[in-house]
Design a binder for this molecule. Structure first.
Ligand SMILES: [Zn+2]
Length: 286
C-alpha cells in the first residue's frame, strides 16, 4: 500500500504557504481572564518570591541581547536546529538529563549531517540518558531527513526571518513536532513572544480560573496566548513553570489543594482562585 503523501519538491526560497495561516482564534472569547493587570501582578509577586529562575537565565540574556543588538546583531551561539532538538530531548525528563543527552549527542555526532547518516541505534545510544531514546532518536532523524528534502540542507536559521504564524506553519510540516514543542522553540530559541502550556502551567491556569474547567491543553494554549500581554509572556511562563514545580500547594493537586489550603498565604496565587473554580469542583459530577 502506498500511503505516502505527495510532497512537492520545494525550492529553498519558496514561501511557506503549504499550510494555510489562520488567524488565531480564542476558544473562550467570553472568558475575560487573565486580565493584563493580574498577569503583571502575578509576574511581580512570583518574581519577588522565587527571583528569576536560574535555569531560564540564559534565554533571558539572549532576549535582552537581541533587544539591544536587533536581529542583525551578533550571530546567536545556538542554532535554531540545536534549539529544536534540545526541546525534543527535554520531553518527559529532567533538565539535567536532557542537557546531558544533548551534550552526549553533540559529542558523538558533531554535525547534524553526522546524526542523519548514523544508524538509529547509535543515535539512541547517544541520547539514552534523556529517556525515551528510541522515540526521540526516530523523531530527530525523521526531522533531519524531512528538512534535508525540504530545504536542501540541515539548517533552520531561515525561521528567524518569519512571523510567528509562518514559523508555526513551517514547523508543523515535520512529523513529531507538536504545538508545545513549537511554542518552546518560539519562546526559548527564537526569542519570540509565545506562551507554551505544559502540565504545571495548565494546572495553575485552571486552578486560578484563567481558563474554564473544561479546557484542554490546546484550548488553554490558544486562550492564554490571546489574553497574556506579549511583553509578559516570557517572564510569566518561566515563573509559573518554576512555581508549579516548587509550590506544594500548586503542584499536582491543583485546584483541590488550593481550596483546601486557602487560609494559607504562603502561595501568592491562592488569592486569585475564583468562584469559577469552586463551582467546577462542586459540580464536577456529570
Ligand atoms: Zn503556589
Amino acid at each position: 500500500m502506498n500511503k505516502s503523501r505527495k510532497r512537492k519538491q520545494s525550492e529553498p526560497n519558496s514561501k511557506p504557504n503549504k499550510f494555510p495561516i489562520k488567524a488565531i482564534e480564542d476558544p473562550f472569547p467570553t472568558h475575560c481572564r487573565p486580565t493584563p493587570q493580574e498577569c503583571l501582578s502575578i509576574r511581580d509577586q512570583l518574581l519577588s518570591l522565587h527571583g528569576f529562575p536560574q535555569e531560564f537565565a540564559k534565554y533571558k540574556d539572549r532576549r535582552q541581547q537581541q533587544n539591544h543588538n536587533g536581529s542583525d546583531g551578533l550571530s546567536p551561539e545556538e542554532s535554531v536546529l540545536d534549539g529544536l532538538v534540545s526541546t525534543i530531548l527535554s520531553q518527559n525528563t529532567t533538565d539535567v538529563n536532557s542537557q546531558r543527552a544533548f551534550a552526549s549527542l553533540k559529542s558523538v555526532f558533531p554535525t547534524w549531517d553526522d546524526v542523519l547518516a548514523a544508524e538509529p541505534k547509535c543515535v539512541e545510544d547517544a541520547i539514552r540518558c534523556g529517556g525515551l531514546a528510541k522515540t526521540k532518536a526516530a523523531c530527530i532523524k525523521n526531522i533531519l531527513s524531512s528538512l534535508l528534502k525540504k530545504r536542501g540542507k540541515l539548517c533552520l536559521e531561515y525561521l528567524r526571518d518569519l512571523s510567528i504564524d509562518e514559523i508555526k506553519a513551517e514547523l508543523s510540516y515535520f512529523k513529531g513536532i507538536g504545538p508545545k514543542t513549537v511554542a518552546c522553540v518560539l519562546m526559548f530559541h527564537l526569542q519570540l513572544d509565545d506562551f507554551p502550556v505544559d502540565t504545571h502551567i495548565f494546572q495553575i491556569a485552571k486552578a486560578i480560573g484563567w481558563i474554564p474547567a473544561a479546557s484542554d491543553l490546546k484550548k488553554a494554549y490558544l486562550h492564554l496566548n490571546q489574553r497574556i500581554p506579549n511583553e509578559l509572556k516570557f517572564d510569566l511562563n518561566c515563573l509559573l513553570f518554576t512555581h508549579g514545580k516548587l509550590c506544594k500547594k500548586c503542584s499536582k493537586k491543583g485546584c483541590h489543594q488550593l481550596i483546601e489550603e486557602s487560609q494559607d498565604n504562603s502561595c501568592p496565587l491562592l488569592k486569585y482562585r475564583t468562584n469559577d473554580c469552586n463551582e467546577s469542583l462542586v459540580n464536577s459530577g456529570p
